[in-house]
Structures are given as structure tokens and as C-alpha cells.
Design a binder for this molecule. Sequence first.
Ligand code: AMP
Length: 220
Amino acid sequence: MTNMILLGAPGAGKGTQGVNLAKIYGIPQISTGDILRENVRNKTPLGAKAKAFMDRGALVTDEIVVGMVIDRVAQDDCNEGFLLDGFPRNLAQAAALEEMLSKSGRSIDHVIGIEVGKDELIKRLSGRRICKGCQASYHAVFSPPLETGKCDKCGGELYQRDDDKEETIAKRLKVYDEETHPLVEYYTDKGLYRAIDGIGGVDDITGAITGAIDRASDNT
Ligand code: AMP
């Protein structure tokens, strides 16, 4: 059983790496951002509560997000492990996570911190395009689809997330620095943080992550 957290600023590549890691370790990728966006799309009561926070690049309340993660991690497909992508986002969520896992005798094994500088994050986020169908991620300049506006994988329409517009990007990066970045020290102190350079080819970075997990597992 491997329980992992993917930590990193918006645009660091958590979603992209999460897809690879979920395949390699055979565990579900739980993206709180994706779950929230699905609720907004489906106009659920939870989506209605979350939308205003998301549109302005703020964090959705801990109560909403923690409840969502408790439900998701209790599902059977998490019995052999899980990969959290975008959660926890602050110290209170990290404490709530520990509490919920301890109730079922579980704990976090690895926190993967994908580290990318601010200028690069802004470039990545402002060009990011997402498939409406399968959520695959592209970049208008760095990794465009074969046909403009159309997903290579499923043919779905590509769109720019509302919160990937310039004003909101700055706000999200500020929220990351102030609220999420303290988790780096928190998990370093617990001996769980594995720092990964997030600049490079997708598969090379995946290799660096699995290498760091192997090394850390050998030492325990
Ligand atoms: P993401 O796709 O991870 O960048 O998340 C998109 C947006 O969803 C964030 O800007 C927040 O508004 C919200 N969100 C996602 N995960 C969390 C979380 N763990 N806590 C609070 N808000 C979240």
C-alpha cells in the first residue's frame, strides 16, 4: 500500500505526473480540483458553493474539501493506496487528513514536491488548454494538439480554465505561497518530503519521482 501526496504550485505538473504515477503504482489519482470542477459542471449544491472561490483563485473552504476527500478515500479502490493531487492545500487540511487516515490505521508514505520557478509557472498556466471530454492537458505553444482546439486523445473540445486567465493566475500563486508552501516544511520535518525538479520532459520527471520513492522506501 502506498499513500502519496503530490504537492506543488499551480502549473507545476501535478495533474500530468499524477496520471503516470497512478498507472505505475496502480492506485487512483484523487484530484480535488477535478472533483470540484465536475461538481461545478454538473451544477450540484457542492459545485454552487465552490464556484465563487474557484473563479477568483481562492481556496474553497476546508469544510467542503475535507468532506469530499473523506468520502473519496473511504471508497474500496483506495484500499491499496491512493495519490492525492491538490490536497492538502494548507496546514488545517493536512491535520484533517492525518486524523481521517489514522481512523482506518493508515498514514501518508510520500509527499512528492514538484518544484518549478514562478516565471515558468506563469508561462505554463497562461497557455494551458484542457479537454472538455477527458481532461487531458495541452499547452498552446509548448505542447499543442495536432489540430488546434481539438484533443488528440478523444477528439474533445479544448478550453481555457477560467482560473487560468492572467489576473487569477497571480492570485492563485500568491495563495500557494502563503497557504500551501508551509506544507513543504511541515512534511520535511516528518521525513516525508521528496523534492523533485519539475523542469524537463514529462517521462524524465516521472522517473525522478519513482527513483526518489524507491530511495526513500529503501531507507525505511
Ligand atoms: P487545481 O485544479 O488543483 O488547481 O484546483 C482548482 C481550484 O479548486 C483551486 O484554485 C481552488 O479554488 C480549488 N481547490 C482545489 N483543491 C483544493 C483544496 N485542497 N482546498 C481548497 N480549494 C481547493
